[in-house]
Design a protein around this ligand. Structure first.
Ligand code: FMN
Length: 405
């Protein structure tokens, strides 16, 4: 990200997380209450652990906003880890001691039974540590709360252009949702326990979670994101790192546990003929507004197998991104491993409080990453130090986007 920039800091059981966002133009109305809605969406989901009930995340804005409007400088936010002040680690030591920033005399247990599927093993070697907590604390997906807070700022920005982003869970374990992404009732998804648009599939998913829980196991799945109203031509074909497709794939892949990303018809295209894959371009007269896209599309398509991306640029059709998340690595019935102190085999890896599954949450984090990349691409193309400048530039561009005689 070059124009809209996001960084996070903070540990899972430290005092809290910091989100730092740069690039938002001045004059944008932002509110902590609005950000909180996305943070709450991140915490929902059947199969998530006790911590989600403890934490009711709130991002306190600490810079870049005055009287409810951005002033053009970096916006930083602090999200407290509510567990920090009173909670204890699995060794019974208070987090305030275990995670003390100053040196502490309070004895605590080091984590040495390395957890397969986590950053523990490469992390302790690379950073020369003798306690896997020094790796685990930062590699934990608690960090994703900072992403979601920053994503809510991106959402606020994108709303100025009527760009809307939604997500749903399309598979959990081996249960698939049969919902068609173009037909989904998004308010129903918001009230569903698993962000699933197919209620029959959702019932089966819940059974699958209960069964995995009983067996001390975990589940992964697939989530899908759709963005409406993107102007044609975001991103660029001219350089590998300017392609919106690679920027989107990289940012979604950066979410913990995501192991694959595809667009539109995705991997299925490999088994199809070209004539069935590529999205025929229609003359504007043939196009009728489906009600989901606000501005007239100059180059409408008969299908959207590309997922709204050609040559690393948006086509003006809805952007469709799908991602696969592996099953959670910390399983109650912990896997065999080695002890870092001895190098010898131990029957069970360290167990730290864990979810059974987290796919609905991953979908919300995925929305945040996609929104930040789109915000970045909008700023790259349309610039603007004040939001009115950005909206005017975009409107002028769209005027020139049609047939050119
Ligand atoms: C929202 C979210 C929650 C997660 N919760 C857990 C969890 O409770 N237990 C666990 O073992 N992994 C959890 N993970 C996954 C790990 O953070 C991740 O697998 C690990 O850091 C290793 O990174 P990698 O899978 O990307 O290689 C979660 C991931 C996300 C996105």
């Amino acid at each position: 990200m070059g124009e809209f920039r996001f960084f996070s800091a903070g540990e899972s059981h430290g005092p809290g997380l910091t989100a730092h966002v740069e690039g938002l133009p001045a004059g944008l109305e932002v509110s902590e209450t609005y950000i909180r809605q996305d943070l709450a969406r991140r915490q929902k989901g059947y199969g998530r652990g006790r911590r989600q009930q403890i934490e009711t995340d709130y991002a306190k804005i600490t810079s870049g906003v005055r009287h409810g409007l951005t002033i053009g400088g970096p916006v930083s936010m602090f999200i407290e880890n509510r567990d920090f002040s009173t909670g204890k680690g699995p060794d019974g030591v208070l987090w305030t001691d275990e995670m003390s920033i100053e040196p502490s005399d309070v004895p605590y247990e080091k984590i040495t039974k390395l957890r397969p599927g986590h950053a523990d093993t490469p992390g302790i070697v690379k950073y020369s540590q003798d306690d896997a907590r020094n790796i685990l604390e930062r590699s934990s997906a608690r960090e994703s709360a900072a992403r979601v807070a920053a994503g809510a700022l991106a959402r606020t920005f994108l709303k100025q252009f009527d760009i809307e982003i939604f997500s749903h869970v399309s598979a959990l374990g081996d249960v698939e949702s049969h919902a068609d992404i173009n037909e989904i009732d998004w308010s129903a998804v918001e009230s569903s326990q698993l962000r699933c648009a197919d209620s029959e599939a959702e019932t089966k998913m819940i059974q699958e979670i209960d069964s995995a829980k009983e067996e001390g196991d975990s589940l992964g799945g697939v989530f899908e994101i759709i963005a409406y109203n993107l102007p044609i031509g975001l991103g660029s074909h001219t350089q590998w790192d300017k392609k919106l497709s690679s920027r989107l794939a990289g940012s979604v892949m950066s979410i913990n546990a995501v192991k694959g990303v595809e667009f539109g018809a995705g991997f299925k295209q490999a088994r199809m003929r070209g004539s069935a894959v590529h999205d025929v371009i229609r003359p504007i007269q043939e196009w009728s507004n489906d009600g989901k896209t606000k501005f007239n599309k100059p180059w409408p398509r008969r299908s959207n197998n590309s997922g709204g991306l050609e040559g690393g640029m948006t086509t003006g059709e809805p952007l469709i991104v799908r991602a696969m998340v592996k099953p959670i690595a910390t399983i109650m019935n912990a896997l065999e491993t080695v002890d870092l102190r001895t190098g010898e085999k131990v029957e069970k890896a360290h167990y730290e409080r864990s979810d059974i599954t987290f796919v609905p949450t991953c979908a919300v984090i995925g929305e945040s990453m996609v929104m930040m990349v789109i915000a970045d691409a909008i700023l790259e193309k349309f610039g603007g130090d004040h939001i009115n400048e950005t909206t005017t530039n975009l409107a002028n561009y769209l005027e020139s986007a049609g047939p050119r005689g």
